[in-house]
Design a protein. Structure first.
Length: 638
């Protein structure tokens, strides 16, 4: 009996080992067979390793052969492992472009060795060679992509692993650019130095030129970008889309030019601002730091903008570190999630987080012929505060905040037939122009008879904050192997670029770019903090009211003090102070208890999520293994 049991155990052990070997052999054979097929199953939530529909559409519409040349110094000595891994990802992605493009995509992978033909080709294409050693004496490393078609070439000079999320968009944009007959022309109108240059006269001490905002750098990669002077009076007829960034102090002539531009079918994306924080950092003159002047146009469309009033939101408040290292909730700096966006709009569908600094509010009802769509809004625990309060502490703002118990419109889109804001025609120039000489003006579309309403349905997008596109608030810049790179810290930049893509008619690109960032706000914790802080503010207000009441009592007692009394405080006054101190201690202990309860809720929620993400799956696998083993053992016993 014992020998029979041993033989069964040996047979079971041999069959188990044989089964493992057979499964391993099958996997090796399948891997060898399927490896040339390049078939993958993308299990990521956003399909980050699969070409988006936008890229597929661009490749399907190709009517010319596009050449992709990937330069990679794979044989370079001391090449970092992370760069080798990223190169593998780039090869996979370019392979996907080749697969989807078929005969219309010509893919070449080149290894530029020193003094080789491949190195000469890289230099001719504009691919930058970078040295890995700090002295720049080693052999240059080439790691870039050149895209060409019909004599046009667009270059990604050096691929940074930090921008991997944007790689698909960069390649698709390059393909779109070299196959496009004409670039869309974008006009930039701003009272801030967004195009770069001097914000103060160059002769002033410590005056240095400002670099262009990163939004301008990104636009120039895909569009023909021109500046529209804020003090001008005309808009060129070949401009397709206008980006207005804090257009302050516009004269009537420029407002009329904008009015006619929209009526002719031009597209406008305007970032207005009730209090431009970027202006306080870049403008040397306080009088240039006010709100945006768009009221004339907004009034004609039936809208108003809250110049001088800022939306403060207790629930969407952002936790910021103050000048003294303390962290506090700033209700005028709003962190918006998907719940505050209209994700039915293509430009917003894949965005996750937006950060707005001191935004304003749009109100009113559009006139007949216009349809309004709210793109961004606040929570229902928001109100408005005067702009001068925004410079105070978050605690002070929350104390004075009176919620309106409604959602404020932070960004909206107007579509339809726009009426003119100048029914009497082009406004007359100022009488005292400072120059009596008459000079003939260049001919432009503004010289013809002014339009009274749109020739065709138009589109205008209005956003209540311009600071969201200031570099410090949307990207983190750095250097990688001698190249300046910028990594998005939120979706602000994608928000603006997507809207311009949408207004210019190229929605395929915006479907790709929207996949760039994956940051998501923890809305449950955010709501817990907002609820607790609201409770804190109520208790703090009651404590301060008690303090004022006690101080009033002390003052009254002091006024009744008899002449010649030496004690500053009488026994009655000391008793009042003692009672107040006791109440103060009790109130502070109560606040500590509430904070502790809040922290326990957040910690409990965090621990639950950590358990689900780390331990739950292994536990389920182990449990399933135990169940299978028990079932198998019972069957073998039978």
């Amino acid at each position: 009996m014992k020998s029979n049991w041993k033989s069964k155990k040996a047979a079971a052990w041999i069959s188990s080992v044989a089964g493992i070997l057979i499964v391993a052999a099958i996997l090796l054979i399948l891997n060898a067979i399927l490896k040339p097929v390049n078939w993958r199953w993308d299990c990521t939530e956003e399909k980050r390793y699969t070409l988006s529909q936008g890229s597929e559409n661009i490749l399907k519409n190709l009517d010319k052969v596009v050449s992709l040349r990937f330069y990679y110094s794979r044989d370079a000595a001391d090449l970092p492992v992370f760069l080798k891994n990223y190169a593998s990802h780039v090869e996979d992605l370019l392979g996907e472009f080749k697969r989807a493009g078929g005969e219309k995509i010509e893919l070449r992978q080149l290894n530029p060795k020193p003094d080789s033909d491949e190195e000469d080709s890289a230099v001719l294409d504009g691919i930058s060679g970078q040295s890995l050693d700090m002295f720049g004496t080693g052999d240059p490393i080439y790691f870039g992509v050149a895209v060409s078609c019909g004599g046009k070439t667009t270059v990604l000079p050096f691929l940074s692993p930090g921008n991997e999320a944007q790689l698909e968009y960069d390649v698709a944009r390059a393909i779109s650019e070299v196959t496009r007959d004409r670039k869309t022309r974008v006009g930039v109108l701003s009272s801030l130095p967004v195009m770069g240059g001097y914000s103060a006269p160059p002769m002033m001490m410590n005056s240095a030129p400002n670099p262009p905002w990163w939004i301008i750098t990104e636009l120039k990669r895909n569009y023909d970008v021109v500046e529209i002077p804020a003090s001008g009076s005309e808009i060129s007829g070949d401009i397709d889309v206008i980006l207005a960034l804090h257009p302050g102090h516009l004269n009537d002539a420029m407002l009329f030019a904008l009015d006619q531009f929209i009526l002719r079918g031009g597209k406008l994306l305007a970032f207005l601002d009730p209090f431009a924080v970027a202006g306080t950092r870049q403008q040397p003159y306080p009088q240039q730091q006010g709100g945006s002047s768009f009221d004339t146009l907004l009034k004609a469309w039936g809208l108003t903008f809250s110049n001088g009033k800022i939306v403060a939101d207790r629930k969407l408040a952002t936790r910021l570190r103050g000048p003294y290292g303390n962290v506090e909730s700033m209700p005028t700096v709003l962190t918006l999630g998907k719940a505050e966006m209209d994700t039915a709009i293509p430009a917003l569908s894949a965005l996750n987080t937006l950060l707005l600094f001191c935004p304003g509010e749009f109100s009113g009802t559009p006139v007949e012929g216009l349809k309004q769509t709210v793109l961004l809004h606040s929570s229902d625990d928001a109100g408005v505060v005067d702009s001068f309060l925004a410079q105070g502490s978050g605690e002070q703002i929350l104390k004075n905040l009176e919620p309106a118990h409604r959602e404020f419109a932070l960004a909206l889109q107007l579509t339809g037939t726009f009426p003119t804001a100048f029914p009497e025609g082009k406004p007359a120039p100022p009488e005292n122009s400072g120059d009596e000489k008459e000079s003939p003006e260049p001919p432009s579309v503004g010289d013809e008879e002014s339009l009274k309403k749109s020739r065709q349905p138009g589109v205008v997008v209005l956003v209540s904050d311009a600071d969201m596109l200031f570099d410090s608030f949307c990207v983190q810049q750095g250097s990688f192997l001698g190249q300046t790179i910028a990594q998005p810290i939120n979706d602000n930049l994608n928000f603006a670029l997507n809207l311009i893509d949408q207004l210019s008619g190229d929605e395929n690109l915006l479907k790709i770019r929207s996949r760039g960032t994956s940051s998501r706000p923890f809305t449950v914790v955010r709501d817990l903090q907002a609820r607790a802080e609201k409770e804190f503010q109520g208790r703090i207000a009651r404590l301060e009211e008690e303090l004022r009441s006690v101080q009033t009592q002390i003052n009254a007692l002091q006024s009744r003090r008899k002449p010649g009394e030496k004690e500053l405080l009488s026994s009655e006054q000391r008793k009042v102070l003692t009672d107040f101190r006791r109440k103060e201690v009790e109130a502070r202990q109560e606040l500590k208890l509430v904070r502790r309860q809040l922290r326990q809720e957040i910690d409990s929620l965090e621990n639950t999520l950590i358990f689900m993400n780390i331990a739950l799956v292994p536990i389920l696998v182990v449990a399933a293994g135990i169940v299978v083993a028990v079932i198998k053992r019972r069957r073998s016993v039978r």
